[in-house]
Design a protein around this ligand. Structure first.
Ligand code: G1P
Length: 301
């Protein structure tokens, strides 16, 4: 195995039900909820592209067709924008249109867990290392987290994981890694555990939904029994792969918003809105007024 084989392809799993966002997600995929004016899934695609990914494999499910439409051409809309001189919107749509043949879609037929979703993409990935981006987790910072993983991978090869530090009481919500020796831009991973019980986490470095994995993970996933939550867990398969291949972690210097929960989704909207010059002053003033009035009501109560 060439440890530095280029990472050309990425998997973005988009098959989840989004029950935490019902009723908004009754007829619309959770990945199409908007952060300011872009759907959640667009942020993961942009981050993958920024990291040099050439081909994206979406693992979809029933009722997710609109995601496929979002990454397709819209000739009628484009000509209408062109006729009405809306050049900014037109060029934005042109820039986000994937090159023909650079996206694939496959379906996860049953919700058997993240490990199973990744396994569903095995034929489309083939025998090469790949990136994996969980679209609920949105990177916010000077650079996207995946670019940092690719950077670390260029010196370590093997498998590389995005991590961040969480409050100890939140460790049981995530996959947690143990910290070994430091390397430039990261550290060696000593152990991995999916959703550890309170007090059993090896550290507070949690998996933030960004991975570079070697294709040998697919054979392991094929045999992987169900783990936490009665689902086929990717982390459990990574533990097996770690017996024969290296795993390093890249601590992301930005911040990841967990848009799979309401609180993280709202925070992401506020953070990205405050970065948009055309609305940032208005958003800031409204927020400040809302916070002050909220505090006044709290004091009066
Ligand atoms: C998954 C992974 C977990 C990771 C998390 C990040 O969990 O299994 O290791 O920390 O994503 O969002 P899930 O959110 O599917 O429960």
């Amino acid at each position: 195995m060439d440890p530095r084989k280029t990472v050309r392809k990425a998997i973005i799993p988009v098959a989840g039900n989004g029950t935490r966002f019902l009723p908004a997600t009754k007829a619309m995929p959770k990945e199409m909820l908007t952060i300011v004016d872009r759907p959640v899934v667009q942020y993961a695609v942009d981050e993958a592209r920024q990291a040099g990914i050439e081909h994206i494999v979406f693992v979809t499910g029933r009722n997710k067709q609109v995601i496929e439409d979002h990454f397709d051409d819209t000739p009628e809309l484009m000509s209408s924008l062109s006729r009405s001189g809306k050049t900014a919107q037109l060029s934005e749509l042109e820039n986000m249109l994937p090159v023909a043949g650079s996206v694939s879609f496959t379906r996860q037929q049953a919700p058997l867990g993240l490990g199973h979703a990744v396994w569903c993409a095995r034929d489309l990935i083939g025998d090469e290392p790949f990136a994996l981006l969980l679209p609920d987790m949105i990177s916010y910072g000077a650079y996207g987290c995946m670019a940092g993983l690719v950077d670390l991978y260029s010196s370590t090869g093997g498998n590389v994981l995005g991590v961040e530090q969480c409050a100890p009481e939140d460790a049981s919500k995530y996959g947690i890694v143990g910290k070994g020796i430091s390397v430039p831009r990261g550290f060696a991973v000593t152990e991995m555990v999916e959703k550890p019980r309170a007090g059993e986490a090896p550290s507070n470095y949690y998996l933030n939904g960004r991975y570079i994995l070697q294709p040998e993970i697919f054979d392991i996933l094929h045999e992987q029994p169900r783990g936490a939550g009665n689902e086929i867990q990717l982390t459990d398969a990574m533990v097996t792969l770690a017996e024969r291949q290296s795993f390093h972690a890249h601590p992301y210097e930005g911040r990841t918003f967990d848009c799979g929960c309401k609180h993280g989704f709202i925070e992401a909207n506020v953070a990205f809105a405050l970065d948009r010059p055309e609305i940032s002053d208005l958003v800031y003033e409204s927020l400040r007024d809302m916070v002050l009035s909220h505090e006044r009501r709290g004091r009066a109560a």
